[in-house]
Design a protein around this ligand. Structure first.
Ligand code: AMP
Ligand code: ZN
Length: 459
């Protein structure tokens, strides 16, 4: 499997440190509000990566952190007048509900920063002992970027214009403001009750060190893949590299992977720009999580993707085509033995695309080539391949996670009518059966009678 490594800006073969097992860290949400679908574009990309790694036969340990203490969460809790935990808890819950709606598989670990303050302190102590970090007059501890010759390599930062000794206390800053960054922030009145004891006095961790501490805690000092959105490259990931490699003296991560942004009318979707949609806003318009997932994965992860509702409508239509096809295959059946050449070709094209840096647009082209060729074969009365092609689609869907129609939840009143209708038919009460069919139709459900019994679908 080839993946694009941001560090080398080139495609590389994925070779995990431990044979047969991939260790991967994915920067998670800052839980200060509901994530927007821009955030979810990145999480869907990471889900595809995870699924394709597993589909290729590797085991995986994936960690996604929850940033529950930083400038933004503290400000939010202060404004709401509640504790940090009380403030972040509903956003953590919302995050997992949304992940489920989008068919994103669970990672192995979701560590929260507030549960790992000890690891953070230990890591900072190592940096201070080795002379890479120092305490400033106000009590905060900073990383000295001048001490790390490789600083800024991931983001290709030009350090020429840097002012020696300049410091930046905020977690987020631009390339132009490159400076010594905060590892431990001394408590100040703005932090309210949020503080922990440390060798440097009361305070709290900076954002960057949280990810170094939690990734090393669960994955070891060196691991395979680290991902995020492109905005994480600098400073966040460069800071993580600096902290981790200076503390351990070892290479931190082998492959860095970053997804391009979801944009709206040419601008990055973000909370601060106000041009965002949450998943729940889109679902409230009557769309499904499956369609949104389709939109988010449809472009190559390294290409920007412009979000429009036309795209969600197009996704719905594309998925309806797949559903029609799989329904036809189901009706045909077959034993899944000899697969026609058009199916084998589509499968080979699909695998080649996914193994080439997750080229989803090409993989989807292979899926629709399969649908086209399969429909033609069915039109011509072809037989015997239904079950085999369905298995193939199920295998493709282990990575895409959109091709399988979610099982319809049948409301109890509908189930009661179905049961009554099955009983009527067993008694050969055809008039009763038809009457119940009309009642179901009035509720918006269509019944079909098949050799396996009644099949019901919502219109
Ligand atoms: P944050 O909660 O801001 O730390 O962002 C969480 C994740 O979402 C990070 O990996 C970001 O890179 C990513 N992200 C934020 N905005 C976008 C966007 N518009 N498109 C894609 N990814 C994004
Ligand atoms: Zn991170």
């Amino acid at each position: 499997m080839k993946i694009f490594n941001t560090m080398t800006r080139s495609l590389e073969e994925l070779v995990p440190l431990e044979q047969g097992h991939v260790r991967m860290y994915t920067c998670g949400p800052t839980v200060y509000n509901a994530a927007h679908i821009g955030n979810f574009r990145t999480y869907v990309f990471e889900d595809l990566l995870r699924r394709q790694i597993k589909r290729s036969g590797y085991g995986i340990t994936q960690v996604m952190n929850l940033t529950d203490v930083d400038d933004k969460t503290i400000r939010g809790a202060q404004e709401a007048g509640i504790s940090l935990d009380a403030y972040t808890k509903p956003f953590k819950d919302m995050f997992f509900t949304d992940m489920d709606q989008l068919g994103i598989e669970r990672a192995e670990h979701y560590p929260a920063a507030t549960d790992h303050i000890e690891e953070v302190i230990t890591l900072i102590e190592r940096l201070v002992e080795k002379g890479y970090a120092y305490q400033s007059e106000d009590g905060s501890v900073y990383f000295s970027i001048a001490k790390f010759a490789d600083y800024g390599r991931l983001g290709r930062i030009d350090l020429a214009g840097m002012r020696a000794g300049a410091r930046v206390a905020h977690d987020e800053y631009e390339k132009e403001n490159v400076a010594d960054f905060a590892l431990w922030k001394a408590w100040d009145a703005q932090d309210g009750p949020v503080k922990w004891d440390s060798p440097w006095g009361e305070g709290r961790p900076g954002w960057h060190i949280e990810c170094s501490a939690m990734s090393m805690r669960y994955l070891g000092e060196s691991f395979d893949i680290h991902t995020g959105g492109v905005d994480n490259i600098f400073p966040h990931h460069d800071d993580e590299i600096a902290q981790s490699e200076c503390a351990t003296g070892r290479s931190f991560v082998r492959y860095w992977m970053h997804s391009a942004h979801l944009i709206v009318n040419g601008k990055k979707m973000s909370k601060s720009a106000g041009n965002f949609y949450t998943l729940r806003e889109i679902l409230a318009k009557g769309y499904g999580g499956r369609e949104v997932r389709y939109v988010l994965l449809s472009a190559h992860y390294r290409q920007q993707l412009n979000f429009t509702f036309e795209a969600v409508d197009a996704a719905k239509a594309a998925l309806a085509r797949v559903d029609d096809f799989t329904e036809r295959l189901r009706l045909q059946g077959g034993d899944g033995e000899a697969l026609p050449s058009w199916a084998c070709e589509a499968k080979a094209a699909f695998d080649a695309a996914m193994n080439h840096d997750l080229n989803v647009p090409e993989a989807l082209a292979a899926v629709f080539a399969l649908v086209h060729a399969g429909n033609k074969a069915l039109d011509q009365g072809g037989t015997g391949f239904g079950a085999g092609v369905l298995d193939m689609i199920a295998d493709m869907d282990r990575v895409l996670g959109v091709l399988t129609k979610p099982a319809e939840v049948i409301p109890t009143e509908v189930q009661a009518l179905l049961d009554a209708r099955a009983a009527a038919r067993a008694e050969k009460d055809w008039a009763g059966s038809d009457r119940l069919r009309d009642e179901l139709a009035a509720l918006g459900w269509t019944v079909r009678d098949t050799p396996d019994g009644q099949k019901v679908a919502k219109r």
